[in-house]
Write a protein that binds this ligand. Structure first.
Ligand SMILES: Cc1cc2nc3c(=O)[nH]c(=O)nc-3n(C[C@H](O)[C@H](O)[C@H](O)COP(=O)(O)OP(=O)(O)OC[C@H]3O[C@@H](n4cnc5c(N)ncnc54)[C@H](O)[C@@H]3O)c2cc1C
Length: 509
């Protein structure tokens, strides 16, 4: 289906008015979808769109129409899961990489036994190259589209970005980059978080890599003996370091960070299931739609105390993340991969399960308390995989890798880059930008579209960033959805959001 050009309306050059141009040749009667409002335009074709389509295919009972707009040549893979180096691995075990809501085995069954070569010795589960996970997304989306077509749906992909929107006689007209208009009944915005911000205004400088993915392309031009500075010390920076190492890089690699913190390290999953820090308990404790952070901490305390553990010790350890030597901490965490304590595991799981629900119930002052600890919270919620942690430690121990905190500025200096930190300077031949945009940032690729949707009154800007639907025809899936916590949506979160959007679409505006 990829690359099928949109059909032009001969009576109105450049306008593709949804159902009017759809031939209904797959079982649906022309006009059905439009009259039911079940005529949806999905903007962005990454993991969020796949979760939505999969749920749509499972729950749709009557025919409709769906058009997916995606300009990238790697349809269904989004930013992270396009073809890339084998060193670029998924960051979570199969049970939490299923894009199908409520079916935790969906991805594991697709994976089968063929990927056992990728079993991470620390986690004891396969962690495959992200490009392989992209094949799973492709397979899931193509199966969903085939199922929908079998049930009389019209399904199209338009290989162009949506750059603007307007009202069109009770419907919504989406304008694509090629100047055409596509009229739909409902819109799902699934545009992701976009590319890194250029904090030091280095764009265009020779040797500056503004967006590291795909690393297969961007690292190709990096001389193996060059000094490389990586902006950031989160998961993307870890991808860059292990990929440079996998390519036999011999030059110095400096991670530049404001805080000097690395992500925590994944611990091997255990059979423990939370009994207290659950959505149900949080819901029951909420009073007048509000719950205090101290009550959430109380639930975690109960959880840990049942296991004979002490919450205060965990809090002290997390506080130390700001001051402890990051290499010593990394070494300790690697030693604790198979440790039996549940505390950090519960916190990590809760960040993705209870977190998005509880966040909306917290008073603003408690949200601010959490925001002040965002770096630590993110590093616990999205830890690095043991394979990468061990590789990083080897590079630190060999003296090839360093972590510089307190970065103040990076400038061009006589054909190289000068890095200024609170503790002195450095020079680098290559600078790789590995800072991810904050969740709820509007990606540059959708900025004009977001302005139009807000201007039309079908979406509203959330005061803390991102958009909210302001019209029943408008749906948002992924990090652009405002009002949630500051932790990037993981695959299970996208699956839940995608399924909720599918149900709302099918219910009709
Ligand atoms: C590098 C990286 C690695 C990650 N690894 C993991 C992991 O291992 N496990 C996990 O659980 N989570 C991971 N995540 C988090 C999450 O799974 C991903 O962010 C996920 O890809 C988000 O999917 P998405 O569809 O919302 O956004 P994206 O993947 O960013 O897809 C958005 C799509 O929208 C398209 N688009 C943008 N603007 C427009 C427009 N105007 N018109 C049409 N199309 C447009 C883009 O081309 C893109 O294809 C990772 C995130 C990143 C950034």
């Amino acid at each position: 289906m990829r690359g099928r050009p949109p059909r032009a309306n001969p009576s109105n050059e450049g306008v593709i008015p949804g159902e009017n141009t759809r031939d209904g040749g797959m079982g649906g009667r022309p006009g059905d979808a439009e009259s039911l409002g079940m005529d949806i335009g999905i903007i962005g074709g990454g993991a969020a769109a796949v979760g939505l389509l999969d749920a749509l295919a499972r729950e749709a009972e009557t025919p409709g129409a769906v058009t997916v707009f995606e300009p990238s040549p790697h349809l269904w893979r989004g930013r992270p899961y396009a073809p890339d180096l084998d060193s670029v691995l998924v960051n979570a075990p199969p049970v939490i990489m299923s894009i199908r809501e409520g079916d935790f085995e969906h991805y594991a069954s697709w994976l089968g036994a063929g990927d056992d070569a990728y079993v991470d010795p620390g986690i004891g589960r396969p962690l495959v190259p992200r490009a392989r996970y992209g094949e799973y997304l492709e397979h899931t989306a193509e199966k969903a589209i085939a199922d929908l077509r079998e049930r009389g749906w019209q399904a199209d992909v338009v290989p162009a970005p949506v750059v603007g929107a307007a009202h069109a006689a009770g419907r919504l007209a989406l304008r694509t980059g090629d100047g055409r208009e596509h009229v739909v009944g409902q819109v799902a915005l699934c545009v992701g978080g976009g590319t890194p911000h250029d904090h030091y205004r280095l764009d265009g400088a020779p040797g500056f890599v503004g967006d590291p993915y795909p690393l297969a392309r961007t690292l190709d031009d990096v001389p193996p003996d060059s000094d490389v500075a990586v902006i950031g010390s989160g998961l993307t920076a870890v991808d860059v370091v292990v990929s440079l190492a996998a390519r036999g890089h011999t030059g110095r690699i400096s991670l530049l960070s404001r805080t000097g913190m690395l992500p925590h390290v994944w611990q091997r999953p255990t059979a423990h299931r939370p009994q207290h820090l659950t959505v149900e308990r949080v819901g029951a404790l909420a009073r007048d739609g509000e719950i205090a952070l101290d009550h959430l901490a109380g639930l975690l305390r109960e959880e840990m105390s049942d296991a004979g553990e002490d919450l205060d010790a965990l809090i002290a350890d997390l506080r130390a993340a700001r001051t402890e030597d990051p290499v010593a901490r990394l070494r300790r965490q690697i030693a604790a991969i198979t440790a039996p304590e549940i505390g950090r595991r519960v916190l990590q799981t809760a960040a993705h399960t209870v977190g998005p629900f509880a966040w909306r119930l917290l008073p603003e002052r408690d949200r601010d308390r959490l925001r002040a600890q965002a770096r630590t919270a993110i590093s616990v919620a999205s830890p690095m995989i043991p394979t990468n942690a061990v590789r990083l430690l080897q590079l630190f121990d060999a003296g090839q890798l360093e972590l510089l905190a307190g970065v103040r500025d990076i400038t061009r200096d006589d054909g190289r880059f000068a890095v200024e930190t609170a503790h002195g300077g450095r020079h680098a031949d290559v600078v790789v930008n590995a800072v991810n945009p904050s969740p709820h940032a509007v990606p540059a690729s959708a900025a004009g579209l977001a302005d139009d949707l807000v201007g039309m009154g079908v979406a509203a800007r959330h005061p803390s960033g991102g958009l909210l639907p302001a019209d029943p025809r408008m749906h948002l899936v992924g990090d652009l959805a405002g009002g949630g916590p500051f932790i990037t949506s993981s695959i299970p979160g996208l699956a839940v959001q995608g399924a909720a959007a599918a149900r709302a679409v099918l219910a009709g505006p």
